[in-house]
Design a protein around this ligand. Structure first.
Ligand code: GYE
Length: 338
């Protein structure tokens, strides 16, 4: 009887020890401390960053991709996994699932559109992989589905575009504007549209007579502008393009139509790639609202801070400028990197 009791005590003690050990283990992973046994955990292991890029629709995006590949790709502390979604959200979702399966340390996502991310981001959250949004925002109820957003204030960009256009053309002029929108459902398009409209609606002399998507590309921008000119060629005084590529396409369409871009029809666009600076310098466009694509250094820093357990800012913003007219464009050109 005594022996049996001793055995029982021994068994219970062993069981408790086993449970305790198991408890410790599961605890360390449930606190989100993925350092144990994971890439990037010890000092000489790299932080694995999976980046889902939208595609290569514009000069801006190519510059962003280069910035990320250059910065993260050459950082000895980081291993970059890059995936190009060719403009398709479904490809981005697949890429994210593959990053989760590969147990990357951090996911960076440039979301093509704002909606439809809940399910896959919940999967990343359950796998305890922090998600950093790059350049475009998303619309989710549960804000904890991403850690941080690195990028610009698109509403402000739209407002600045409108303010500068009114400055240029005079608040008392009658101005008919056509708008070339970015990709349907993209935050960069929605917010640039909203910001611009906020200012324009305060001045009854300024009217947006047509507004259509050109999908952020040169070819589509040109095509849509051709249609605008066909129906309203004699009425259009200004083009507001959500990005430079579409503005450059519109410039071509206006020239082929037989009018002078920058003179007969004023052009304001967002981004600030070299080609639009050249166009403004040549007098073919008028206003550039800068949006900075060189986000590599900020992403690398955020990844390192996160891995070190530091809090990072919810919205990491970039310095941006506005350029108006030939002289400002010419002065800025030599230092433009993209
Ligand atoms: O303005 C445009 C691009 O998301 C901020 O996407 C980015 C936008 C940029 O294709 O050129």
């Amino acid at each position: 009887m005594y022996k049996k009791k001793k055995l029982l005590v021994f068994l219970i003690a062993s069981l408790m020890a086993i449970l305790l050990l198991a408890g410790c283990n599961s605890n360390s992973s449930s606190t989100g401390d993925k350092d144990s046994g994971k890439a990037g955990g010890s000092k000489d292991e790299k932080i694995v960053v999976g980046f889902s890029q939208i595609g290569a629709e514009s000069g801006w995006r190519t510059a962003e991709t280069e910035s990320i590949k250059e910065t993260l790709g050459n950082d000895p502390q980081i291993e970059l996994k890059f995936s190009d979604a060719q403009q398709k959200q479904e490809n981005q979702i697949k890429a994210l699932r593959s990053f989760i399966a590969q147990k990357v340390d951090i996911i960076a996502l440039a979301p093509v559109v704002e909606s439809g991310w809940e399910t896959v981001l919940k999967e990343a959250k359950d796998a305890k992989i922090p998600v950093i949004l790059l350049d475009r925002g998303i619309d989710v109820k549960d804000e904890s589905l991403y850690t941080s957003f690195i990028g610009s204030d698109f509403i402000l960009e739209g407002e600045n575009a409108a303010k500068e256009l009114i400055n240029l053309m005079g608040k008392d002029s009658e101005v008919n504007i056509v708008e070339l929108q970015g990709t349907v459902g993209a935050s960069a398009a929605n917010d640039r549209m909203e910001g611009f409209a906020n200012i324009i609606k305060e001045n009854p002399k300024y009217k947006i007579i047509k507004s259509q998507t050109g999908d952020f590309t040169r070819a589509k921008g040109k095509e849509v502008m051709e249609a605008f000119l066909k129906s309203d060629g004699n009425k259009i005084n200004a083009v507001y393009a959500h990005n430079d590529d579409m503005a450059l396409g519109a410039i071509q369409a206006i020239e082929e139509y037989g009018l002078k871009p920058g003179e007969d029809i004023k052009i304001v666009s967002v981004d600030g790639i070299k080609d639009i600076f050249e166009a403004v310098k040549a007098g073919k466009a008028n206003i550039i609202v800068e949006c900075n694509p060189l986000l590599g250094p900020q992403l690398a820093q955020a990844a390192k801070d996160l891995k070190a357990g530091k809090d990072i800012e919810r919205w990491i913003k970039t310095d941006e400028d506005v350029f108006v007219g030939k002289e400002e464009a010419e002065a800025a050109l030599p230092s433009r990197k993209y």
